[in-house]
Write a protein that binds this ligand. Structure first.
Ligand code: ADP
Ligand code: MG
Length: 193
């Protein structure tokens, strides 16, 4: 952590904290996710390290860019680019009911679809697609982030069975406890296929 100066805390989740920092090396701002791993079981610790491995393997204009990670004082730190526009959930709320133009929604939809294709082509299921995990950069690009509960499949057609996610965004298969695959992740996930 001595390579970074803390600017402020920007998020707090079940995992720990999201902190905005400034790099002493390049002067740029980054976000560091701090995950307390010392009290975890070794299985949970492995899961946290998996988030790092998943994110580190991605490189796409519509996926939050990973920078580095390290472990220090019982915590795992994941350094990534800062998305200055915050998350889409906050952006939607700040509209106070005013609608976005249709072109903007379609543009965001296409960008997230491209990000998901990149993820699925690498046999990874994100498993928590929702507006809180979609980030806006300062130039208006949207990026998918928070691979905290992502799952790596052995093959692209393998069906996963674990029931996980955020209740409002669950696909019908997951609600009905049926096996699911990458199709469960189409945005909205309410269409039949
Ligand atoms: P979790 O959902 O597991 O708590 P997230 O990675 O979604 O963890 O981070 C929590 C919150 O912190 C986000 O909803 C967002 O508001 C903020 N945040 C996280 N990463 C970034 C980032 N790269 N840029 C800007 N804000 C971020
Ligand atoms: Mg999140």
């Amino acid at each position: 952590m001595d390579k970074y100066e803390t600017v402020k805390k920007i998020g707090e989740g079940s995992f720990g904290k999201a902190i905005l920092v400034k790099s002493k090396q390049d002067g740029h701002q980054y976000v560091i996710k701090e995950i307390g791993i010392s009290a975890m079981s070794s299985k949970e610790r492995q899961e946290s390290r998996k988030e790092v491995a998943v994110l580190a393997n991605m490189s796409h204009p519509n996926i939050v860019q990973y920078k580095e990670s390290f472990e220090e004082g019982g915590c795992l730190y994941i350094v990534m680019d800062y998305c200055e526009g915050g998350d889409l959930f906050k952006k939607i709320n700040s509209q106070r009911g005013a609608l976005f133009p249709e072109e903007k929604i379609l543009d965001w939809f296409v960008q997230i679809s491209l990000a998901l294709k990149h993820v699925h082509d690498r046999k990874i299921l994100h498993r928590d697609i929702k507006s809180q995990n979609i980030f806006l950069t300062k130039d208006g690009t949207v990026q998918l982030g928070d691979f905290g509960i992502a799952r790596v499949l052995n093959s692209t057609v393998e069906l996963a069975r674990t029931c996980i996610g955020t209740p409002y965004y669950l696909s019908p298969e997951i609600c009905e406890n049926k096996p699911y695959n990458n199709k469960s992740q189409l945005l909205g996930s309410r269409t039949s296929y």
